[in-house]
Design a binder for this molecule. Structure first.
Ligand code: CMC
Length: 427
């Protein structure tokens, strides 16, 4: 055996040889390494899965040191420039770019599943006026499972495809309804004559005009943003989708878990946090003090750093360019100056250089979202809509992967052992 790892257990003096495949050893192979008869076997301790592969996947490739991101082998730069969001969704789900007939049929399917059951609208109406859109989105995605009980039959590929289409089609409608709810404005039903992104903008912003006509440059910018967010291999929310999906629950419940994970400020919630941070800094003059606070560990520079990228996040580079296109239409967001100056200072500072902290996808995306007139609470909803095809492609891969089992990590138990119960009057 050449691709193998020799291990000597110094507790026992025994030698073991483990197979190396695809640069990994199987954690289960470590179980044979025992110190004594009662020992359940060696395991690895890896909080946050920093060095543990949980699956084999053919969807998204990232080289974090080189700043490379590819969906099914296609570089993100080419997809952002040349394709549409639904084309990318098809690619993620099927592994190949669609031909014209396949794309037409896919666009038709998605377009004609955009409506929600009226009860779901009433469900959203039940939230308080100041409910966070991500909380409303998570709950309403989860509620969708009650409208499609057949979705539980995940072994049937046709049933799976139906839910995939429904989720991709209905996410913008849910996102727009929660936004209108928060604004206290009447909900706008989907307009099936419009493209995916144009329809989303119409459901968000249409008032009394008979047909909402979004600026095509803004529609293009939104498409680019959705494409950039469409998948990112085993990130926190995708791991949540896979983990919950591994119980063989319906996809709505699994995707709702993804929405919950995305909500957090260390993940998709970072774009909202970046905008609030930039507003708080307020002026380039305040940046040095802010950076000092970050270096002293008082807070984080939101929108910087990434588990995988130890170089510029390629998505951030594309977004920076998209900012110019959007600001041509909307006028420059005054926070851009603060963001640019903050980036410049951070990239020259030893603290950030040493830790290889670069701007990530969330650093500039909020500036565009704000220019498009989204309130900060909506930013992560946009991320969720973009990420939905990726979550579904990963879920679909999971349910067809014979290697997969229900997710169930081990623990190192550190608590007390077998104690006698003490009645309350004696405590
Ligand atoms: N500001 C200041 N220091 C940072 C930052 C930051 N944004 N990110 C990491 N560090 C420091 C961290 O304190 C640690 O320092 P030390 O070695 O002295 O303890 C070092 O850099 C390594 O960081 P880590 O926390 O071990 O890295 P991680 O891989 O566990 O975390 C991260 C990755 C994205 C959670 C983290 O960089 C972070 O919190 N960034 C800010 C939030 C953010 O922008 N999140 C969006 C990520 S991209 C899109 C997405 O996934 O949704």
């Amino acid at each position: 055996m050449t691709d193998s790892l020799s291990i000597r257990d110094n507790r026992t003096g025994r030698d073991y040889e483990l197979e190396i495949s695809d640069g990994t050893i199987r954690a289960a192979d470590l179980k044979q390494i025992t110190a004594n008869e009662d020992d359940p076997g060696l395991a690895t301790y890896d909080p946050g899965f920093v060095n543990t592969a949980s699956c084999r996947s053919a969807i998204t490739y990232i080289d974090g040191d080189a700043g490379v991101l590819e969906y099914r082998g296609y570089p993100i730069e080419q997809l952002a420039e040349q394709s549409s969001f639904l084309e990318v969704a098809y690619l993620l789900l099927h592994g190949e770019l669609p031909n014209q007939a396949e794309l037409d049929s896919w666009m038709h399917e998605v377009t004609f599943h955009t409506f929600l059951h009226e009860n779901l609208k009433q469900f959203i109406e039940g939230f308080r006026y100041d409910a966070h859109p991500m909380g409303m989105l998570m709950a309403s995605v989860s509620a969708l499972s009650t409208f499609y009980p057949d979705a539980a039959n995940i072994a049937d590929p046709n049933v799976r495809q139906d839910q995939i289409t429904r989720l991709i089609a209905k996410m913008p409608t849910l996102g727009a309804f929660v936004y209108r709810h928060q604004q206290g404005k009447p909900y706008v039903y989907p307009d099936n004559r419009l493209s995916y992104s144009a329809n989303f903008l119409a459901m968000l912003f249409k008032m009394s005009e008979p047909t909402y006509q979004p600026d095509p440059r803004l529609v293009k910018a939104l498409e680019v943003l959705l494409i950039l967010h469409a998948d990112h291999e085993q990130n926190c929310s995708t791991n949540a989708v896979r983990s919950v999906g591994s119980s063989q629950v319906d996809p709505y419940s699994a995707i709702a878990a993804g929405v919950g994970a995305l909500y957090g400020p260390l993940h998709g919630g970072a774009n909202e946090a970046v905008l609030r941070m930039l507003r708080r800094i307020g002026s380039p003059d305040n940046i040095p003090d802010f950076i000092t606070g970050v270096k002293e560990g008082k807070e984080k520079l939101m929108g910087f750093g990434h588990r995988v990228y130890k170089n510029y996040d390629p998505r951030a580079t594309i977004i920076k360019k998209a900012c110019d296109d959007v600001f041509d239409v909307t006028g420059v967001n005054p926070l851009l100056k603060i963001a640019q100056e903050l980036e410049k200072i951070a990239l020259e500072d030893e603290y950030f250089v040493k830790r290889k902290l670069y701007p990530n996808v969330d650093f500039y995306s909020g500036l565009i979202y704000e220019a498009l007139e989204f309130p900060p609470e909506m930013f992560t909803v946009l991320f969720a809509i973009g990420r939905t095809p990726g979550w579904l492609a990963q879920w679909s891969e999971l349910v067809q992967d014979k290697d997969q089992k229900i997710a169930r990590p081990k623990q190192i138990y550190t608590g007390a052992r077998t104690r006698e119960f003490v009645p309350i009057y004696r405590r």
